[in-house]
Design a protein around this ligand. Structure first.
Ligand SMILES: C[S@@+](CC[C@H](N)C(=O)[O-])C[C@H]1O[C@@H](n2cnc3c(N)ncnc32)[C@H](O)[C@@H]1O
Length: 209
């Protein structure tokens, strides 16, 4: 089954399952947005049913992208006159946006969902402006963590909802342009984390090369 098919089937019950458990997580990530202004462009990659939309600070221009029309339809219903998120149907492995076009990219529960997390992160870095920020909320194994149970269920779950075997440090190692600013466990086991990174500003990139 493709993820688009499974999320089409999950869409009617998604909010009931996910909303209250993840609200504190998304609030922590959104509270870390730096002085949001009207000139800022913020991308919500894998926006889903738009659970972030009511929590977004008013001001910046928000763009949301998701693979599943049934999820986007729900996100559209969360748009208000005051805060409109522009919604696109598309794939986070191949974002339809120019290089260096967003001040911030939010990846809430998407990086450890998609089949190719490396490609999704590479795309997020590509569309981020130098000096821009990336906020990740997701579940990650620690390097070397055995977690047999999670690795076992991953064989089934990855086809219907999410991967459970992703090690953030492996993804980060392949994106040297990303500087780690903050890494915070969000639950007592530390499986869910809020990770904030910055794409190295151009001036520093030149100095490093
Ligand atoms: C777990 S939900 C997270 C939704 C939302 N970010 C949230 O925090 O509630 C995962 C979302 O990723 C979307 N998705 C899965 N694969 C995708 C892809 N390749 N490109 C874009 N969206 C994708 C699904 O349609 C679903 O809406």
């Amino acid at each position: 089954m493709s993820l688009r098919t499974s999320y089409t089937l999950l869409a009617p019950v998604y909010d009931a399952i996910v909303s209250s458990a993840t609200r504190p997580f998304r609030r922590i990530s959104l509270a870390a947005l730096e002085s949001p202004t009207a000139s800022q462009q913020i991308l919500l990659a894998g926006i889903g049913s738009g659970l972030d939309i009511p929590e977004l600070p008013i001001g910046p221009c928000y763009v949301g992208i998701d693979l599943t029309p049934a999820m986007l339809w729900r996100a559209q219903r969360r748009n208000t006159q005051l805060n409109q998120t522009l919604l696109h149907c598309g794939d986070v492995h191949q974002l339809p946006y120019a290089d260096n076009s967003f001040d911030t990219v939010l990846m809430h529960l998407i990086l450890a969902v998609v089949p190719d997390s490396h490609a999704a992160l590479r795309e997020a870095v590509r569309v981020l402006k130098p000096g821009g920020h990336l906020h990740i909320v997701d579940k990650f194994l620690r390097p070397g963590e055995r977690a047999w149970g999670r690795r076992l269920v991953n064989h089934v779950l990855r086809h219907i909802a999410t991967r459970t075997d992703v090690v953030f440090e492996d993804l980060h190692a392949r994106q040297p342009q990303l500087q780690l600013l903050h890494d915070q466990p969000l639950d007592p086991t530390g499986w869910f984390r809020f990770i904030r990174l910055q794409k190295i500003p151009l001036s520093e990139e030149k100095r490093a090369s």
